[in-house]
Write a protein that binds this ligand. Sequence first.
Ligand SMILES: Nc1ncnc2c1ncn2[C@@H]1O[C@H](COP(=O)(O)OP(=O)(O)OP(=O)(O)O)[C@@H](O)[C@H]1O
Ligand SMILES: [Mg+2]
Length: 445
Amino acid sequence: MAARILLVDDDAAHRSMLKTLLGSWHYQVQEACDGAEAVACVQASAFDLVLSDVRMAQMDGLSALREILAFNPALPVILMTAYSSVETAVEALRLGAFDYLIKPLDFTALAETIKRAVTTPHTPLEPRQVRSLLEEPACGILGQSTLMQKLLSDIATVAPTEATVLICGESGTGKELVARALHAQSERAGNPFVVVNCAALAENLLESELFGHEKGAFTGADKRREGRFVQADHGTLFLDEIGEMPLAVQAKLLRCLQQGEVQRVGADRPITVDVRVVAATNRKLDEEVAKGNFRQDLFFRLNVISLEVPALRARREDIPILAVHFLEVFARRNKKDLKGFAPKAMDSLVRYAWPGNVRELENAVERAVIMAKESFIGQEDLPPALLGAIPEQSSALAGMTLDHVERLAIEQTLRETGDNKSETARRLGITRATLHNKLKKYSLE
Ligand SMILES: Nc1ncnc2c1ncn2[C@@H]1O[C@H](COP(=O)(O)OP(=O)(O)OP(=O)(O)O)[C@@H](O)[C@H]1O
Ligand SMILES: [Mg+2]
């Protein structure tokens, strides 16, 4: 398939000349007339390369470069500048541009640079934004999005206190990582961090797991056993999936939280413990309370401080960083020398909705690392679910002009129908004549 190039220039004549030239080299070309339109195009569909002018009336090439790479750091961007300004060139490369060319263009150099960019996927490990953020993640929690930065700052505030913390978030968002960070940043850090998965055990077993039991307390209790609470003394007890805890155990937990004491199953006296409890749930606990599945008093007790770990699709800016991080981890583990993601692979990653959040991303990258046959991960190495991903257009489209949205819809449908005009018109719900007029209007013929 021909590589897709986004051509960005506010000079219509220059653009049209380049479009013809690139077309003659068998590239598929889409045009944008300024930086803002270029950013919108990149957010709306996948490209292999961006070729952009630097000086433009609306948004200049460097600002566009910054925004394009924030969306997809694997996308090679070649800048063209009429001025041999060393500063601009240095700045462009520092921001992660693939290369820059001086106008008037030397077409041989242009051909070579484009070929180099589309055949050896530009490693996303390079853009500085990604690199620098990988250096010092707080407790292994990566994320540059405002949502994650806020969460990290809340963790830092809450961690040193003795407050019980309830961590909420969809499955795979990183709740356990947050719980570990709360422990690591507290004065309890040198003491145990003990995990109990409340969903994994039946009621009676969970009770004995948490609080321990005396010898002979029930059939099979042939030895006295310390519970997890005692194991976590002076440390932190992480109660995962607390929403699954049976009501009877909830009552005992509440007593324990209020009195700082635990009673082994079958014991007649409680023992004092010093444990900080951090709980996590992927359910909406207030709804579980309303349904009668969760004790309201326990909910209030746990919910003194609650932290929400946002879904990955609510912070897409974090996807490239996480993807690159997992690529490094799994490449090392599988002894593969991988340079990064091909632009379209990265594009699929940032577009997908990730119902399984970071864990799903981690698994997808692991699979891709294993499948990769070249020195980079291509779109074909990703799980099939990602490739059928319907772009979440709502956010990408916000702020575009209606004409622009219309043009994108037409282009995308044409692509999907293999340039079949009748089918495109049918899918868009317009007549062939209307489609024809619009193709003319947007010079898409
Ligand atoms: N911000 C992050 N930075 C780096 N790695 C992350 C991040 N968030 C999650 N992970 C990784 O993703 C995986 C899932 O995270 P974790 O187990 O903490 O999620 P969870 O919310 O507890 O999931 P579940 O609800 O399925 O138990 C782990 O391997 C974790 O290390
Ligand atoms: Mg978990």
